[in-house]
Ligand binder design. Sequence first.
Ligand SMILES: Nc1ncnc2c1ncn2[C@@H]1O[C@H](COP(=O)(O)OP(=O)(O)O)[C@@H](O)[C@H]1O
Ligand SMILES: [Mg+2]
Length: 272
Amino acid sequence: MTERLGIAGLSRRFGGLVAVDAVDMEIVAGTVHGLIGPNGAGKTTLLNLVSGHLPASAGRIRLDGADITRWPAERRAAGGVCRTFQNLKLFRDMSALENVMIGLHGQTRCEIWQALLRTPAQRAEERAIVERARGALDAVGLANSLDLAAGTLPYGLQRLIEIARACVARPKLLLLDEPAAGLNGPERRRLVGLIRTLRADGMTIMLVEHHMDVVMATCDRITVLNYGKKLADGTPAEIRQHPEVIRAYLGAGVRPGSTPPGAPRAVVHAPA
Ligand SMILES: Nc1ncnc2c1ncn2[C@@H]1O[C@H](COP(=O)(O)OP(=O)(O)O)[C@@H](O)[C@H]1O
Ligand SMILES: [Mg+2]
């Protein structure tokens, strides 16, 4: 059991609000680790701390044993920490393929055009990048949509493009922030298949998600946050039965197809 990500006493304050409060967490390499909890629990803030998009107020973050707490986001990305965002960040007018190529290049369209003006060796590299981006889109089932403008595709497919972009550089740790938000049943099942495939390929994934069908079908372990604090940590079976988690988030007597009363947002669907 090799630790990929280690979080110790991690906190983040916004003024008087402690959004992430002294959280300890370990993610084992090669596993899918769920992060769940009510809206405002601090899940996105915790992902931002891990990706380096926000600095920590206190605590430590380790990646493969190295202390990355003070590393800027770009260095963490280069070190293999890639992510998607709760709100889509695709370039709507660029093709699906170009959007995924960005995951291998830099951050701007300009760099792609510069790349096209380079030497033969660099052009060969460019072709390799195109092939890898194609492969990543193929892996999410979008081989037929390479040249379509991302913004013209259905929302569910846009989310898959975003995941392909985050995965194309073969990250050590993939951070997914609510990838199933806005997806319908078949799209969620496709997402589950994709997460399982990435795990089978050896990727380590931290998954923030409200859709319990996706969480329960993919996660090896789950950490529950509530008001910034870790409420529970365990296997899906343990978390499902955890009295405090049921009270704070999942709700008791949940009926399939309903959002349970008293649960700010756990979404429970009828079994597929
Ligand atoms: N940039 C910010 N400035 C001030 N408060 C923030 C900021 N980001 C998040 N928060 C607050 O931190 C808490 C946790 O937010 P967030 O991490 O987005 O929760 P979750 O993703 O679990 O819904 C919320 O109360 C939110 O309003
Ligand atoms: Mg969030």
